[in-house]
Ligand binder design. Structure first.
Ligand code: ADP
Ligand code: MG
Length: 584
């Protein structure tokens, strides 16, 4: 019991200025340069969003947390700062969790901040509103997970979340903020002092000089060297040194999907148009921020030529990545900027560019493949096929190299990746390591918000279905996003039939002749229906130049498209008693 003596000054005189959990969360984010929140309001974080907006933060409210999460992770990839996603408890948290796991898988820094219910009630399982042990559920799906119970720990909690998200291999971090935390008060000055401005959140990680020398030895002995850049290299923002290394070494390169444009796809050393040839025939392959996962056939198998025919050099910030699929002859562990600059210095004056029989062979193959493709891209037919439509969009990007391209779908993804050249780093956002569908609208929104550049989202009709409602968000914030739906009436194709002859359509088929463009006009955006590549080109160009939210329904031949795009081999098929009505 506190004994109040006569000598104590009156309470009113001593009343200190107070702050609370709401304000400290906002102050901590702002102090660390995090000024945009992607989220969905609701209990217990409605006021947090309101107050963040009042305090000058940009708060983008979505229709579903998954897309707010994808937006946050795309923002992380584009800016090298953790993207912030804010959700309500249990169901909202779970909706955001797919994006958090996806961010971690892709090595994108983001922080999922979710409000949660009362610890005491949750832990005793007494049935609170939206009761769920969110921290425990998030843990296996992210890089780190923290909970803050006391207002004076908010600064430390957010500092830890930021460091965990961006240092070393970047990834998703979960931050659990129980409802009771927000109204807790503390003296304003004590609150201010409890905040942490994170110094050097992602410190340079220098490679060991001996690992750089070892790699240079391997490179020097190569007769047919190849460099493969992955999205880690794009993320690293070491663009100038990467270009110098490529040009001074003279080594041909491939760029993985989201690394496209790190160097222009039209660069003379790009081997993109001779991909199979270089993968098969290279004798030394240097991976830079690219993992030897399924997207590179694990570094083995037919596409990689004779077993044992190559040596690998790998640059990665994560030491455990080395030897994950096959032996790495020269691992270089460190951040890509530091590693590439060390290699660049090590090339020295006596560096010999790769033998011309190797580069001539690549050039010949490129020429042959480009010539083969050229005719198909110019086809101006109705209904459109993928190549004709993509030929038109390829020109749109060529004419606007600083626009951002978002891309998802099956055939729509595989073919666009190959056909549309990129010219600048970090301009391509797509389905990433998991090949997840539904990233389109979240990525497009983040791209527009973070960069202010026009965005072109090329979406399969099925992929768009996972995130379509967010066109309202695009219209509400009047974002310069042009969405093109490649509408071939279904998943992979629109021509499958129900093998029983029953009245249900086949499992992969959608409503025929759907008019996705009308979804956009419902919210005040522009909607256009096009049936020829020329009309597509005109409509997209106009949308990109006006910056007005636009959705273009591009009518594609329902018979165009192959099962699972280029990864049909991953889709097990029954050979027993199959009555499928598929159009093979
Ligand atoms: P892709 O799918 O484009 O091939 P991956 O996602 O497989 O790319 O690989 C990206 C790799 O880049 C990851 O292994 C990650 O650890 C690494 N990485 C990310 N950022 C950096 C960085 N700044 N420095 C070094 N490596 C990085
Ligand atoms: Mg389709």
């Amino acid at each position: 019991m506190t004994v109040v003596t006569k000598l104590e000054p009156s309470r009113a005189d001593a009343e200190p200025e107070l702050t609370d959990g709401f304000h400290l969360v906002i102050d901590a984010l702002k102090l660390n340069g995090l000024t945009t929140i992607y989220g969905v309001p609701g209990i217990p974080i409605t006021d947090l969003g309101r107050m963040a907006q009042a305090e000058g933060m940009r708060v983008i409210s979505f229709r579903h947390e998954q897309h707010a999460g994808y937006a946050a992770s795309a923002a992380g990839f584009l800016t090298k700062k953790p993207g912030i996603c804010l959700t309500v408890s249990a169901p909202g948290f779970l909706n955001g969790l797919t994006a958090l796991a996806n961010a971690t898988t892709n090595c994108f820094p983001m922080i999922l901040i979710s409000g949660s219910s009362e610890r005491e009630v949750v832990d005793l399982q007494q049935g609170d509103y939206e009761e769920m042990d969110q921290l425990a559920i998030a843990k296996p799906l992210c890089k780190a997970a923290f909970r803050v119970l006391h207002v004076e720990d908010i600064g430390i909690g957010i500092a830890r979340a930021i460091r965990a998200a961006v240092s070393g291999r970047p990834g998703g971090v979960y931050l659990d903020l129980p409802a009771k935390l927000f109204p807790q008060v503390i003296e304003k000055e004590a609150g201010r002092q409890s905040l942490v401005k994170v110094i050097d959140a992602a410190p340079a990680q220098l490679p060991a000089p001996s690992s750089v020398e070892r790699a240079l030895e391997v490179l020097k002995q190569a007769k047919r060297p190849l460099v493969i850049f992955g999205k880690g290299a794009a993320y690293a923002q070491a663009d100038e040194d990467i270009r110098s290394f490529v040009e001074e070494s003279g080594i041909p390169f491939l760029q993985m999907s989201m690394a496209k444009g790190l160097l222009p796809d039209t660069h003379p050393q790009s081997a993109g148009a001779a991909r199979s040839t270089v993968l098969k025939n290279a004798d030394v392959v240097m991976l830079v921020g690219a993992r030897l996962n399924w997207l590179l056939s694990h570094g083995k198998g037919k596409s990689w030529g004779e077993p044992g025919s190559k040596k690998f050099i790998q640059i990665d910030i994560e030491p455990k990545e080395m030897d994950s699929n096959i032996e790495i002859a020269a691992p270089i562990v460190g951040d890509i900027g530091s590693c590439i600059s060390a290699l660049l210095k090590g090339l020295g004056e006596n560096w010999q560019k790769p033998p011309s029989d190797w580069t001539d062979m690549i050039d010949a193959k490129k020429e042959e493949n480009v010539a083969k493709m050229a005719g198909r891209l110019k086809k101006n037919s109705t209904p459109m096929d993928f190549h004709g439509a993509l030929g038109a969009l390829r020109t749109v990007i060529k004419e606007r190299p600083d626009a951002i391209l978002v891309n998802e779908g099956a055939n729509t993804l595989d073919l666009a990746r190959g056909i549309i050249d990129m010219y600048q780093p970090r301009k391509r956002l797509d389905v990433g390591t998991w090949g997840v569908m539904g990233i389109g609208m979240g990525s497009a929104i983040a791209a527009a918000v973070e960069t202010g550049k026009p965005v072109l989202a090329i979406e399969g009709d099925s992929a768009f279905g996972f995130c379509g409602m967010e066109v309202e968000t695009i219209c509400r914030y009047n974002l310069p996003v042009c969405v093109v739906i490649f509408n071939n009436n279904g998943i992979y194709r629109g021509t499958d039939v129900n093998p029983t002859g029953g009245s249900d359509v086949a499992t992969t088929v959608f409503v025929h002749n759907a008019r996705y463009d009308q979804m956009m006009t419902a919210f005040g955006g522009n909607g256009v229906n096009v049936t020829t590549p020329d009309a597509l080109y005109n409509a997209v160009s106009e949308a990109m130049d006006s910056g007005k939210p636009t959705l273009i329904n591009a009518v594609i031949d329902p018979a165009a498209g192959t099962e699972s795009g280029r990864i049909g081999n991953l889709n097990p098929q029954s050979t027993v008693g199959k009555k499928a009505g598929g159009t093979k």
